[in-house]
Ligand binder design. Sequence first.
Ligand SMILES: Nc1ncnc2c1ncn2[C@@H]1O[C@H](COP(=O)(O)OP(=O)(O)O)[C@@H](O)[C@H]1O
Ligand SMILES: [Mg+2]
Length: 236
Amino acid sequence: MLNVTNVTKKFGELTAVDDLSFEVAKGQVFGIAGPNGAGKSTLYNLITGLYSFEGSILFNKREISNLAPHKIANMGIARTFQIPQTFPSLSVAKSVGVGNHFGSKDGFEQDYVDHILEFTDLADKQDAMAGQLNLLDKKMLMIGAALATKPEILMLDEPMAGSNAKEILKLMDLIQRINRELNVTIIIIEHFMKVLTELTEQLLIIETGSQICCGDPAEVTCDSRVIESYLGDNLD
Ligand SMILES: Nc1ncnc2c1ncn2[C@@H]1O[C@H](COP(=O)(O)OP(=O)(O)O)[C@@H](O)[C@H]1O
Ligand SMILES: [Mg+2]
């Protein structure tokens, strides 16, 4: 469904993404992990059209490199950001509505917006201003607004960051339901290995922009290079 082939992104002297290739299959939960500065968020920025780059990215066999971000979103790729991005003075319902209005090929559908508000457990907060929500609800709203675009792929950038154990379980449950009930393919960047091993079917580990290994999460996390370069200072 998503084929990333020999993708390289340089910022001046710095190579943030270095000849990376991988494939995400339809229906998968695909994990990406690696130390800070490994190039994970940059990779998302390349897939979603924020920067030009060398190499090729195919979505459903169509080349999407050098397309504008809104075109890529319209084709069916939605994302969330590492730091929750919401419209502070817009209500929860309107925020999800904006995603549906601008992102969905089908145009605005109130029933779908209502469904997403229920799905993300925000229905009883739909009149609250986005800026007044707590961190967990802001994250749920950012995911809800992304889902309102009716994506085929949802890309999450460290969705668990700053969350406590109970909130992590709620987010994990939401991500699983998005994948299974809404049939959305998920790509997730995450630091918590427990989350990655429980949620993902395929795990890509990168460091300084390059692939360290990619495969079954249980096997990948046993790889001695992963333990040396990543897990060593990251066990929770
Ligand atoms: N717009 C940019 N301009 C210059 N350097 C950048 C830019 N975006 C990211 N970088 C650099 O690219 C590297 C990878 O960053 P990033 O993708 O944010 O890493 P990660 O998400 O894995 O922590 C870092 O060294 C970062 O400073
Ligand atoms: Mg990042």
